[in-house]
Write a protein that binds this ligand. Structure first.
Ligand code: 5RP
Length: 228
């Protein structure tokens, strides 16, 4: 690992460690997906081994495997409200809106974030942007006539590209496709317009959902928004 990438990993881990302080015993915690969320899951597993009682809802097969390996009890029911969800992000703006889904788990991530009383982002400082839209917005679409769905997305000013994996199109845990779509600039109204397209299952714009972002930086932790 280069010094630069070690520094990024240290930032991710420091953010995850701070988020772990928000976990209350006896609650249901939403576990995100990705390399930053992984530090949170591993840290939670360590606390569970030391006697912390929590249940977790997972946002992907990847997170399920990590949680299971760490001995974190998993539930697929959210009869009580989820207390806290902690997840990474691809871009975070100063108002703690974000773009998510470059790991392909955006649908379940958004369901869990929406169902949680407190949704907190964790990230390294490379994820901070002045304005969302630096990179593409992942959009999960039904495979049926996905090209037509793509044309509807183009009519909103997007340039969709089908996400590929080795051996063919990338499939989400839900069996759907992802169109990584550059828009230039994005806003909450775009999210509403995307939802109106039949065939769009969900998009990676998370406006007004996170209460705070804990961001590792070269000079220590930064908190955007208010830690709940
Ligand atoms: C997965 C996501 C991830 O949280 C996002 O891509 C950030 O990942 P990482 O922490 O690996 O940079 O949205 O769908």
């Amino acid at each position: 690992m280069t010094t630069a990438s070690a520094e990024v990993e240290a930032q991710k881990q420091a953010a995850a460690e701070r988020a772990l302080e928000l976990v209350k015993p006896g609650t249901i915690v939403g576990l995100g997906t990705g390399s930053t969320a992984r530090y949170f899951i591993e840290g939670l597993a360590a606390r569970v081994r030391h006697g912390l009682t929590v249940q977790a809802v997972v946002t992907s097969r990847e997170s399920r495997a990590l949680a299971e390996a760490g001995g974190i009890p998993i539930t697929d029911r959210a009869d009580g409200s989820l207390d806290l969800a902690v997840d990474g992000a691809d871009e975070i703006d100063p108002a703690v809106n974000c773009v998510k889904g470059r790991g392909g788990a955006l649908l379940r991530e958004k369901i869990v974030a929406h169902a949680s009383r407190r949704f907190v982002l964790i990230a390294d400082e490379s994820k901070l942007v002045g304005r969302l839209g630096r990179g593409p917005v992942p959009i999960e679409v039904l495979p049926f006539l996905w090209q037509a769905t793509g044309r509807s997305i183009e009519s909103l000013g997007g340039r969709p590209e089908l996400r590929m994996a080795p051996g063919g199109p990338f499939k989400t845990d839900n069996g759907n496709l992802v169109l990584d779509t550059s828009f230039g600039t994005v806003d909450a109204a775009l999210g509403v317009a995307l939802h109106a397209i039949p065939g769009v299952i969900e998009h990676g714009l998370f406006f007004g959902m996170a209460r705070a972002a804990i961001v590792g930086s070269g000079t220590g932790l930064r908190v955007l928004g208010e830690l709940p």
